[in-house]
Design a binder for this molecule. Sequence first.
Ligand code: ATP
Length: 221
Amino acid sequence: MKKEFAVIGLGRFGSSICRALVEKGMEVLAIDIDEDRVNAFSNIASHAVMADTTDEKTLKELGIRNFDHVIVAIGDNIQASILTSLILKELGVKHITVKAQNDYHEKVLSKIGADRVIHPERDMGKRIAHQIVSNNVLDALELSDKHSVIEVIANKRMDGNTLVELDVRAKYGCNIIGMKRGEEIIVSPKADFQIREGDLLIVIGANNDIERFERQLLDDE
Ligand code: ATP
């Protein structure tokens, strides 16, 4: 059965989530207190309704507890975001994802029991900063406070080395879990795989190990 989603708040972030879910073929109910924003989604989402989600009765009438996943993307109005999340939780919505505006907001949402709290501006800022300061790092994804996955471009120093010769697992405690060469994707490359300059390497590890890997293998060319 198709999963059913509801997106509350159709600002830039909520709109983007809503469009992406529709593109993936999901059923999406788009909700906003602002009539113009709702109208803009009437032809995009499966359904679009104007509602104030801080009103419990309204949420009940929308049958919100039957949705598989509700995304709360109310931005500036932190009070409305918290109250909406609290009501969703009390109504027994299975999965709630909420966009936090700042660290205090995030803390309250976690206490309320939101299943996932996201902080897109902060997280994207961290990723971009990582790319800016680290040579050859294309992207970095934090798995937790302590672990990440990074995408790096193999440099001259790595060129011609096999994975055994580089020995990143023993030397840096990281694992190369995938590679991309041109259009070719290699999942779990074998130990005798020979790296070429320009290959894209996907590396997983503890953050301090990844930092060592970046410092010693990617810097000071
Ligand atoms: P973004 O960074 O995603 O652009 P934004 O600044 O656009 O965020 P806001 O405009 O603050 O975010 O809020 C997102 C949407 O949430 C707005 O369209 C707003 O009308 C809607 N919204 C605010 N309060 C409520 C509410 N109580 N019920 C339903 N929708 C609400």
